[in-house]
Design a protein around this ligand. Sequence first.
Ligand SMILES: C[S@@+](CC[C@H](N)C(=O)[O-])C[C@H]1O[C@@H](n2cnc3c(N)ncnc32)[C@H](O)[C@@H]1O
Length: 276
Amino acid sequence: MAKRWTTALEAWAIPKRILDAATRDPWLLPVARFGGRADRAVSDPCGVSFERAAEVLRDSPGTVIDVGAGAGAASLPLAPWATSLTALDGNAAMLAAFAERAARLGIEHHEVLGTWPELATEIAMHDVAVVHHVVYNVAAIVPFVRALDERTTRRVVLELPPHHPLTWMNPLWKQFHDLDRPVSPIASDLVEILGAMGVADLRAEHWTTLGLAAADGSDSESLAERAALVTQRLCLRVEREPEVAAAMAETDPGYHRDIVTISWTPGSTPRNDTHR
Ligand SMILES: C[S@@+](CC[C@H](N)C(=O)[O-])C[C@H]1O[C@@H](n2cnc3c(N)ncnc32)[C@H](O)[C@@H]1O
């Protein structure tokens, strides 16, 4: 199953002929969007993922690590019950956006630039790990979740949409490039992988949000603004934005409302499993 996860994610690579013709980065993550998303998460902390992390900290405050932190939407709302927040991300601008917000909240905070699990052994143990909207970027999923299990003492909380967050764009790839895009992996594949690894108290909770929903904060933007980034994601030139906006009016979900929260009690994965 872990191998299938890896193969499925590799299939999301954009074909070379399309990439070669692109003038802009199709995988760009706009930092301002994630900043807005983090601000909304702080002003209205809610949702199952927030609750699964907060409930273990309310009785006894502790340290929190936010892996793939972006601007901190997963961890900053936990500040009232955290003794410190550590943000780990491969993107320096995201970490700066996190640091600015953590400082404003007056919480002790640390930023670590780099990728998980490569840096895991250099990081102190934390009470709670939160990992929101990251795992569909992670092809080598078993070492990633095993390191979370090993470096956390009280709870690991992952948040992800049921399907890859770019699945909704598949009809646009078909329309503009005649390209069939993948539809896997899905969240239940990850639940199966974690089950096979033997994590303790594994929970997968499906829920719907009408509020803070988009993994990239795009729910606060107009269709024209979203179309600008989608045009870039489709490896098309700026001049195609009106066409893309028209096509999006048919297919754009606006934002992702369906969420899965996966959580477990760390420290129990057998070291000799065969799912690497
Ligand atoms: C879609 S954003 C989500 C950000 C934030 N967790 C949130 O929910 O708003 C994914 C973030 O994970 C980071 N990322 C992806 N894979 C990573 C890895 N293996 N190690 C560290 N950061 C990673 C990216 O740089 C990006 O900032």
